[in-house]
Design a protein around this ligand. Structure first.
Ligand code: ADP
Ligand code: MG
Length: 725
């Protein structure tokens, strides 16, 4: 057999284990060597320029032209020492990926070549960005978009290019990326959280968001990957029968890491360390060939930038290993998908983790205030928060009985849950509660919770894990900024309300601790419906969550309508995170992206059926026909006694061939019908129902054919080959 598949299998078997990125000595020796951090910057510019950068990093101060020239020239000097010849602004457009446009340092004047990089090139670049998604925020005649350095993220050198982490905005100033709203949401959250934290310690002036991002991914051999047009074009398999063995034995999770994979991991870790990414954890995940890595948590902007870089590094390093990294949330039907858990916490500039219960009643009261505010935020905006991670690719995973369910809830763990029960059950509670013995007892009774001791509930989309929340519904391919700015914003709103209620009670004469406790109790009681400690995958929870009024994200495009709700628009507007027209632009882009991605999937599915599946099936059908004919020649009328099973198979194959071919036609029709719909949101809805349903039908027949046809003739690498090295 010389099918494409067989050649790919032969090639794959030749791929060897090796190391391609090795550094001498301990990691600490080269950690961060490709990053120009504040410390190094000192050596490349005057004190004045350095202080300007510092002020910009710490307080968001604007850099003036004069000083920016000096900073740029310092950066250029460092970058050239590192072997850089080009520079690029690196930004996060609304595509879940990063964008870059490289410019050479080299320049000519009076016939002489020299390296040039001035302040204006650092502070602002003008990529011809007319083809980035903008949701109507730019007309093509005013297509300019600006990228501008975000000094809170240090520049670095990668592959001979000075990379400048940037924001991306339209000519008229609207955000065209995920970074701008995220930075704004962190500002809003810092203000709100500091005002609440200051109730307990007036020294608190700012609060920062921390993120620890766990990245799950699949690895597939490069040759096998290239023999699957669907993986190449969409990141997932649109057809493919499940493997006889996949994850049922649960032997992959935390198992020994295969040597080829371990070599790959060590290599990408080395490259990540050079960029200052503090990777700490690596292990096998549940599905075969599925893995996870996680860095130590850090400040949110940096964590997000680093995660985006990490995804790029992993893909680059994988090339050397003849592997492909698959970040798609559900590349293979029937086995677990991949997520990107976001561990989220808040710390004050005085160094206190606001989500960590402490040893003193004051610390615990503060902890309760923040916890209750998060509960209220997640309850009030549960549908928005779930929608913040909704995408076509993540929809194949969420609610799939292995991933977080499609409805939001908060898991607290038994210790805290009983504290909340006690708070809600406090009898005879008037406003004045903290003075009562009962509430003091409760606050005192909160034990210190060690992260390692928290009970884990893997079925919860949003779980408290001792000193942080773990938002588990985020998808593995996503730029988590769009989920994080939603989370930051809803919590900021809730904390602002918390403060306002406490202020009002204090104004009415209540003592502070008592006022705080009253609002904690109110928030917990009003948000009780979001708390769920049971099995999120169970049928009962589906029913009960509905009865509690919690809305599940059953259909992505319908969920996007939440961006039209006044509650959402006002939230972002009031906090200064996104103006109403920016929210509307995002709504459009989300729908557009959904349609485009599904359109590509539907097309490749059709192509594969017509160009791979049906021809292979017809070939085998002919062999069977020849066989039956021969049998008839030999046995005459009694041939059926000897080849009943071939005839049966022949019938099935013929029916499936007809089925696939008719269904592919209906699929094309469904797409055509949808494409005629002008309104993008309406078109997306039709795609999400009619096109998607038809794709499932096509797949079913194609997968049945895979099971019937001679293995030697099947042209596409099978699940068992893709999933097991
Ligand atoms: P698990 O898979 O058991 O949930 P991992 O070790 O894979 O845990 O990942 C946990 C992530 O949470 C790491 O990135 C870690 O640094 C991060 N993390 C730990 N403490 C905090 C915290 N207080 N705030 C934010 N992230 C945290
Ligand atoms: Mg983990």
């Amino acid at each position: 057999m010389a099918t494409f598949r067989q050649r790919a299998l032969d090639e794959a078997s030749m791929h060897e284990t090796g190391r391609f990125f090795v550094e001498e000595g301990p990691v600490s020796k080269y950690f961060g060597q490709n990053v120009l951090d504040l410390d190094k910057m000192r050596g490349y510019m005057s004190q004045q320029a350095y202080e300007a950068v510092l002020a910009s990093v710490k307080f968001g101060a604007k850099l003036d032209r004069g000083v920016s020239n000096e900073i740029a020239s310092g950066m250029k000097a460092w970058a050239m020492e590192m072997g850089a010849t080009h520079y690029t602004h690196l930004f996060h457009p609304l595509t879940d990926s990063t964008a870059e446009k490289h410019e050479a340092f080299i320049s000519f004047k009076d016939g002489k070549a020299f390296e040039k990089f001035n302040g204006s090139a650092l502070v602002q670049q003008e990529p011809d960005a007319s083809s980035f998604p903008n949701g109507g925020l730019r007309n093509t005649f005013e297509a300019r978009g600006y990228s501008a350095w975000d000094p809170s993220s240090p520049v670095f050198v990668m592959d001979g290019t000075l990379c400048i982490p940037s924001v991306f905005v339209s000519y008229t100033g609207e955000a065209l990326d995920t970074k701008v709203p995220n930075l704004k949401s962190m500002h809003a959250l810092s203000e709100a959280a500091s005002s609440v934290a200051a109730l307990f310690d007036e020294n608190v002036k700012s609060v920062k968001v921390n993120l620890g991002i766990e990245q799950e991914y699949f690895l597939v051999d490069e040759s096998l990957y290239n023999a699957r047009p669907d993986l190449v074009l969409t990141g997932r398999t649109v057809i493919g029968h499940t493997s006889a063995k996949d994850q049922q034995l649960e032997d992959h999770y935390f198992g020994a890491i295969p040597s080829r994979v371990r070599a790959f991991m060590k290599d990408f870790e080395t490259e990540a360390y050079k960029l200052g990414i503090l990777l700490q954890t690596r292990h096998n995940e549940v599905a075969p060939n599925q893995f996870e890595c996680a860095p130590v948590f850090c400040e949110a902007t940096k964590a997000i930038d680093q995660n985006m870089m990490l995804m790029i590094i992993m893909q680059k390093v994988a090339e050397k290993h003849r592997l492909k990294v698959i970040f798609h949330e559900k590349p293979f039907d029937g086995v677990n998908g991949s997520g990107k858990h976001c561990n989220w916490s808040l710390t004050t500039d005085t160094g206190v983790n606001l989500l960590s219960p402490g040893k003193t009643p004051t610390k615990n009261l503060q902890f309760l205030s923040f916890y209750a505010s998060v509960l209220r935020a997640v309850h009030k905006h549960h549908y928005l928060l779930m929608t913040s991670v909704a995408s076509l690719s993540n929809s194949y995973r969420l609610g799939g009985n292995e991933a977080p369910p499609a409805v939001m809830s908060v898991f607290s763990g038994s210790t805290l849950y009983s504290v909340f029960q006690a708070i809600m059950n406090m009898k005879d509670i008037k406003e004045s509660v903290a003075s009562s013995q009962e509430s003091i007892k409760i606050v005192n009774s909160i034990p210190e919770i060690f992260p390692d001791n928290t009970d884990r509930n893997r079925t919860s989309p949003f779980a408290f894990t001792g000193n942080r929340f773990e938002f588990r519904a985020v998808g593995s391919s996503q730029n988590v900024a769009s989920a994080v700015y939603v989370l930051n914003s809803i919590v900021a709103e809730s904390l602002n309300e918390f403060k306002a209620y406490v202020d009002a009670l204090e104004l009415a004469g209540e003592v502070r601790s008592s006022a705080v406790m009253a609002v904690v109790r109110r928030f917990i009681t009003e948000s009780r419906d979001i708390m769920f400690e049971g099995n999120g995958y169970s049928k009962e929870w589906e029913v009960e969550s509905g009865a509690r009024g919690l809305k599940a994200v059953k259909n992505v495009t319908e969920a996007y309508e939440v961006y039209h709700e006044p509650q959402t628009v006002e939230l972002f507007d009031r906090l200064g995170v996104l103006a109403p027209n920016e929210v509307e632009a995002r709504f459009e882009i989300l729908n557009e992206t959904y349609v485009k991605k599904l359109q590509i999937e539907a097309r490749i599915l059709g192509d594969m059926c017509l160009n791979h599946v049906i021809p292979a099936a017809v070939k085998y059908q002919n062999i069977l026909i020849e066989n039956v004919k021969g049998m008839k020649d030999i046995f005459g009328d009694s041939f059926m006694e000897y080849c009943a099973s071939e005839v049966e198979t022949l019938k099935k194959i013929s029916l499936y061939i007809n089925g696939v071919s008719a269904d592919v036609e209906s699929l094309v029709e469904a797409r055509k019908k949808a494409n005629r719909i002008e309104d993008i949101a309406e078109r997306a809805k039709v795609y999400s129902h009619e096109v998607k349903d038809m794709m499932e039908k096509v797949r079913l027949s194609a997968d049945n054919l895979e099971m019937l046809i001679d293995d030697e003739m099947w042209p596409l690498p099978k699940y068992r080959e893709l999933l097991f090295f």
